[in-house]
Ligand binder design. Structure first.
Ligand code: HC3
Length: 481
């Protein structure tokens, strides 16, 4: 078991102070451990007197309890984490690797002190070839240093979420956790150890061979998969696990918070923000949510077999859609509120975005999705299908995307059949069309905003946000109108 002293090379995930170990599932200092413990008392409620986006660091951490708690929650601190006790072997191994990386990073920093990390340039060529931010390590949405923000080790966060601060190359990040790159893997090289061999799926079901349940002869879409993933159950289990471990919040946690609503004053604070302030605030929140979707995508079996450009093309068009699917998990249909910034809020909180029709449509969609009463497994497979869509524009190898899409479709069909809900499939295809219309409305608003507030759009939105929506909204320097 790793000594506490070793973990302490990793700074507190909340304020950056010297950490003292894993507390409530996250590596924190003693101060933030004690703060979180106190914040969980039933009588405690915090509010922010500013815009709920206070900087939390060693010096400022005591200035705003509301924002400090938000950061604790966002990093995954949870009372439940204690109940899970020891980490799994896989998580311990990854924690050891993270400690080693931090140690190397400290050594590098001593050797090359002062080398500022520059934000990767957004040259047109770079943008066309790869999206420097999109598949970057899980950095804070607003990070301009290029420094990867290491994700905490909550006990239910899959180790692959650990990002190495040293890997600045997109390809390094995409393939890091598998240990092999797609070209090596398709030539039968490399081990498949990077692929979780998960039996967590409903073992009562006989393991279906793909061909056994598909009604018509089909080129085996698994031909691009490693031999370890040779049936539909493992495909589903892999996607469900990735979904579970890349959700910002557990449903049980949200249940416990469902009546924690913003006060009138807090709502006022949001509604008195200027349009560009609120857009910047939501852009950061949206980008945070997208980063979890990127991690989810990377562990959909077959996703990493696609070319990097195709992975980026699918994420650019599908990640916002998956955010909206996931939003239904933290939507309370009894009062039409959504969990946002640590409490539940109605559509009115977004008033200063000046996008009333978009917000109404998004809330209606969330409410409608709740009406389908999807299980977490169904949401997981549906999210994967939303992402792996061979009809998306600008794909290099549509056929390969089609093969992966088909296997995910089979997985979703398999799960719905198992749940005796075959009728849901066509409803989910209808929702996919609604998602596309929501995202084109979102792009329309973003074009309006970037013309009305060019400075904010070009220099105050998170780099990842600009990468995500750049092509359609001309948010990147060097793009011509
Ligand atoms: C979609 C949303 C922005 C994202 C908000 C998210 C998904 C962010 C992560 C939170 O954990 C949960 C959450 C709740 C509400 C979501 C917002 C509802 C409306 C708003 C807009 C449609 C997007 C605005 C972003 C913009 C306009 C800056 O691009």
């Amino acid at each position: 078991m790793m000594m506490r002293a070793q973990i302490e090379v990793i700074p507190c995930k909340i304020c950056g102070d010297k950490s003292s170990g894993v507390h409530y599932g996250v590596i924190t200092c003693e101060g933030c451990k004690g703060f979180f413990r106190r914040s969980q008392l039933p009588t405690v409620s915090y509010s922010c007197s500013r815009q709920s986006n206070c900087q939390i660091d060693r010096a400022s951490r005591n200035r705003c309890q509301h924002c400090r708690l938000q950061k604790c929650l966002a990093q995954g601190m949870s009372r439940d984490a204690v109940k899970f006790g020891r980490m799994s072997k896989r998580q311990r191994d990854s924690l050891i690797a993270e400690v080693e990386r931090h140690r190397q990073q400290q050594q590098q920093q001593q050797q090359v002190q002062g080398d500022a990390q520059s934000v990767l340039s957004y040259s047109t060529k770079a943008r066309q070839d790869r999206s420097p931010q999109l598949l970057q390590p899980m950095a804070s949405a607003y990070s301009f240093t290029g420094e990867a923000e290491l994700l905490s080790y909550t006990t239910d966060v899959h180790p692959y979420l650990v990002c190495s601060p040293n890997e600045s190359q997109v390809s390094g990040m995409i393939y890091r956790s598998s240990g092999v790159s797609p070209t090596m893997r398709s030539q039968g090289k490399g081990d498949n150890s990077g692929h979780p061999d998960i039996r967590g799926f409903d073992s009562r079901q006989p393991s279906h061979d793909l061909m056994a349940i598909h009604p018509y002869p089909l080129e085996d879409p698994y031909s691009i998969y490693p031999h370890s993933l040779r049936n539909i159950d493992e495909l589903c289990a892999s996607i469900v696990r990735s979904h579970r471990e890349t959700n910002q919040y557990r449903v049980e946690e949200l249940q416990a918070l469902r009546w924690k609503l913003f006060s009138r004053e807090e709502l006022q604070a949001y509604q008195s923000k200027s349009v560009d302030e609120m857009w910047q605030h939501c852009a950061i929140r949206l980008t945070d949510a997208v980063q979890y979707v990127v991690e989810f995508a990377k562990h959909i079996p077959g996703f990493r077999m696609l070319s990097q450009n195709d992975q980026i093309a699918l994420l650019k068009t599908g990640s916002m859609e998956v955010v909206l699917v996931r939003m239904s998990r933290f939507f309370n249909t009894e009062n039409n509120t959504v969990f946002f910034d640590g409490k539940f809020a109605g559509a009115e909180i977004f008033k200063s975005l000046a996008c009333g029709d978009l917000i109404t449509a998004v809330f209606d969609f969330a409410h409608d999705m709740c009406g389908l009463k999807l299980t977490e497994q169904q949401i997981a497979l549906f999210s994967a299908l939303v992402l792996i869509n061979a009809d998306r524009p600008c794909l290099e190898d549509r056929g390969r995307v089609q093969r992966v899409q088909r296997s995910v479709e089979l997985g979703l069909t398999h799960i719905l059949h198992r749940d005796n809900q075959d009728n849901l499939m066509h409803k989910l295809y209808q929702r996919m069309a609604v998602l596309r219309s929501l995202c084109s409305l979102h792009m329309e608003k973003l074009r309006w905003f970037s013309q009305r507030y060019p400075l904010t759009a070009h220099s105050l939105f998170p780099p990842l946000y600009k990468e995500l929506f750049a092509s359609e909204a001309e948010l990147l320097p060097g793009t011509t109108h």
